[in-house]
Design a protein around this ligand. Structure first.
Ligand code: F6P
Length: 536
C-alpha cells in the first residue's frame, strides 16, 4: 500500500504559494467583515459535537487545496484500509482496529470476540459493589491509564454510589503510597492494566500493592487482584488468575474502549460504558462516510496541517471549559504526540517537513490566570481549542444548584470572551482611548497603550457539546483519534507505533544496577556526575 507523501502532491506547492500571497497576511477580522456568512459556512454539526471553525486563519482557496492534498495522499483509501483491518501499523505488523471495539454487535471485524469480551468485562464491572469492594485501585501507565482516568473524571456525574476509583501510574512511590494509606485490603480491588504486562512502572506498583495487601492482612489475591492485558501468561505468572484479555490490534493509546476501560465500567456501570462506545461509533460512521469537505476530523486535521506546515505554528493549546475534562489535555498529549511525533516516513526516509505540534492545556478558566497572557500578547501564535458544554449536570439542589447554574453562565461567558479577545485584539489607538490606567508617572500614554494593546488575529476553534455525557464524550474522543489519523496519513507516517519511547527504557534498565553499585565507569560526564549526586 503506497500513497504519495503530502510534499509530493502539486497541492503542497500550491498551498505554499497561497500562503505567501494570502495566508501570511490573512486577517480574521477582515474575513468576518467580508463574509457575513462566515460562521455558518465554517461551522459543522458532527455527531454530538458542534464545531465552529470560523475563527481559523483559513479561506476557501486554502481549504480547496487542502482537500486536494488529502485526495492526492489517498486519504480515503488509507482510512478504508484502517477500517478493513489491514496491517497499517507496518513496523509492528499490526492492524489498527479500535473502531471494531465500538461497533454494534454483529457489525465490524472480530465482532464475536469483541462482544464476548465486552459482556464478560461489563458483567464483572457491574458486580464489583456486590463483591464488597468500596475502592478500586487502577494501576497502569500511558494508554493504560490516561484514557480511563480522564473518562472516569469526566463522567463523575454518572458515577455509581459506593465505589471510589483511584488511579496510580507513576513509578514514583509518592503516587501509590498516599492512595494505599486510606484503604483497607478487605474492601479494595486492584486492577493491573498493562497491554504488554512488561512495563516497569506498572509491575513495580503492582508488586508494591501486593506486598501492602499481604502485610495489611489481605488473604485472597485471586479475588482482590485482576488484570487487563493482552499478555495473559505474564499476568498469570504474577499470580493473577482473572485476566481480561485483548488483542494486538488495539493500540495502547486507543485502548480505553477495550477491557482497559474496566475502571470506567466499574465507575459508571455497563449501560453508560455502552453509551460511550455508541458515541464513538457514531463518530466512526461520520468519519467513514461523510464527504471530506463535511467531515469534521478531516477538516480539523487539514487546518492542523495548514498551521503546522505553512504557518509554522509549533503548538496547539486545548482549553476545555469543563472541570471534568481537566485531564483531556494530558490524554491528548499521548494520543497526538506519541502517534504523530515522528521524523521519518513509512519508508524510513527523514521528513523534510514538521509533524506533530506540541499539544498542551488546562481547564478553563484556570488557564486564563496562568498562561493566557502569552496566548494574547506573546510572540508566538498558538491556536487554541475551546470546548464548551451547554448544560451542566450538578449533583446539587436548592440554592446551591441555582448558584452553580449561575456560575455556569460565567464559565460560558469566559469561554466566549477568550476566543473573541484572541481574534479581536485591541489596537494601540483603542487602548489610548481608554481611561488612563494608573501607571508610573515616568511612562507616557503611548507607552502604556502599547503595553495594553493586543495584536489579535489569533486563531481558535470552538467545540460545543450539549452536555458532557458518556455518548458525547465517546464521540469527542473518537473525533480526536480520527483527526490524528488524518494528519498522520497526510504526513505519510506510521501513527501507530512508538519506537521513540524505547531508547530511554533500555538506558534506564542499564543504569538501574549501576545506581545501586555506584558504578559510573564509561558514562558521559553529566550522567556520571548526576548519578554521584543522587547515589545513596
Ligand atoms: O510509553 C510507551 C507505552 O508503550 C505506551 O504506548 C503505552 O500506552 C504505555 O507504554 C503502557 O504500556 P502497557 O499498557 O503495555 O503497560
Amino acid at each position: 500500500m503506497l500513497f504519495p507523501r503530502c510534499d509530493q502532491s502539486p497541492a503542497w506547492a500550491a498551498l505554499q504559494a497561497h500562503y505567501e500571497t494570502t495566508g501570511r497576511g490573512f486577517d480574521l477580522r477582515k474575513a468576518f467583515a467580508a463574509e457575513p456568512d462566515r460562521f455558518p459556512s465554517w461551522s459543522l454539526q458532527a455527531p454530538e459535537v458542534f464545531a465552529d471553525l470560523s475563527k481559523n486563519r483559513i479561506d476557501a482557496v486554502a481549504l480547496k487545496l487542502l482537500l486536494q492534498l488529502a485526495e492526492d495522499c489517498g486519504l480515503e483509501s488509507q482510512r478504508n484500509a484502517m477500517f478493513a483491518g489491514e496491517a497499517i501499523n507496518h513496523t509492528e505488523g499490526r492492524a489498527v482496529l479500535h473502531t471494531a471495539l465500538r461497533a454494534p454487535a454483529g457489525a465490524g471485524l472480530h465482532s464475536v470476540e469483541v462482544q464476548e469480551s465486552l459482556q464478560r468485562m461489563l458483567a464483572f464491572a457491574d458486580g464489583v459493589p456486590a463483591q464488597g469492594f468500596t475502592d478500586v485501585v487502577h494501576i497502569g501507565i500511558g494508554g493504560s491509564d490516561l484514557g480511563p482516568a480522564m473518562v472516569v473524571q469526566a463522567l463523575q456525574a454518572y458515577g455509581r454510589p459506593g465505589i471510589k476509583l483511584h488511579f496510580v501510574s507513576n513509578v514514583d512511590g509518592h503516587d501509590l503510597a498516599p492512595v494505599l494509606q486510606a484503604l483497607k485490603p478487605a474492601t479494595t480491588l486492584f486492577v493491573i492494566a498493562s497491554k504488554t504486562f512488561t512495563t516497569q512502572e506498572t509491575l513495580a506498583n503492582a508488586l508494591a500493592a501486593k506486598a501492602w495487601f499481604l502485610a495489611a492482612g489481605g488473604t485472597d489475591i485471586a479475588k482482590h487482584f485482576v488484570a487487563t492485558s493482552s499478555n495473559t501468561q505474564a499476568a498469570g505468572t504474577f499470580g493473577i488468575t482473572t485476566t481480561f484479555g485483548f488483542w494486538d490490534w488495539v493500540g495502547g493509546r486507543y485502548s480505553l474502549w477495550s477491557v482497559i476501560g474496566l475502571p470506567i465500567a466499574i465507575a459508571v456501570g455497563g449501560e453508560n460504558f455502552r453509551n460511550l462506545l455508541a458515541g464513538a461509533h457514531e463518530m466512526d460512521e461520520h468519519f467513514r462516510s461523510a464527504p471530506l469537505a463535511q467531515n469534521l476530523p478531516v477538516l480539523l486535521a487539514l487546518i492542523d496541517v495548514w498551521y503546522r506546515n505553512f504557518h509554522g505554528f509549533t503548538s496547539r493549546s486545548v482549553a476545555p471549559y469543563h472541570q471534568g475534562l481537566r485531564r483531556l489535555p494530558a490524554y491528548l498529549q499521548q494520543l497526538e504526540m506519541e502517534s504523530n511525533g515522528k521524523g521519518v516516513d513509512r519508508e524510513g526516509q527523514v521528513l523534510p517537513y514538521a509533524t506533530s505540534p506540541v499539544v498542551w492545556g488546562e481547564a478553563g478558566t484556570n488557564g486564563q490566570h496562568a498562561y493566557f497572557q502569552m496566548l494574547h500578547q506573546g510572540t508566538d501564535v498558538i491556536p487554541v481549542e475551546f470546548i464548551a458544554v451547554k448544560t451542566p449536570r450538578f449533583n446539587a439542589s436548592g440554592e446551591l444548584l441555582e448558584r452553580l447554574n449561575d456560575q455556569h453562565q460565567k464559565l460560558l461567558a469566559n469561554c466566549l470572551a477568550q476566543s473573541q479577545a484572541l481574534m479581536q485584539g485591541k489596537s494601540v489607538g483603542e487602548a489610548l482611548g481608554e481611561k488612563a490606567p494608573t501607571a508610573s508617572a515616568s511612562l507616557d500614554a503611548q507607552t502604556v497603550a502599547r503595553h495594553r494593546s493586543f495584536p489579535g488575529n489569533r486563531p481558535s476553534t470552538s467545540f460545543v457539546l450539549d452536555e458532557l455525557s458518556p455518548r458525547s464524550l465517546g464521540a469527542l474522543i473518537a473525533l480526536y483519534e480520527h483527526r490524528v489519523f488524518v494528519s498522520g496519513a497526510l504526513w505519510g507516517i506510521n501513527s501507530f507505533d512508538q519506537w521513540g519511547v524505547e531508547l530511554g527504557k533500555a538506558l534506564c534498565s542499564a543504569l538501574l544496577p549501576r545506581i545501586a553499585a555506584g558504578d559510573v565507569a564509561g558514562l558521559d560526564g553529566s550522567t556520571a556526575g548526576l548519578m554521584q549526586r543522587l547515589s545513596r
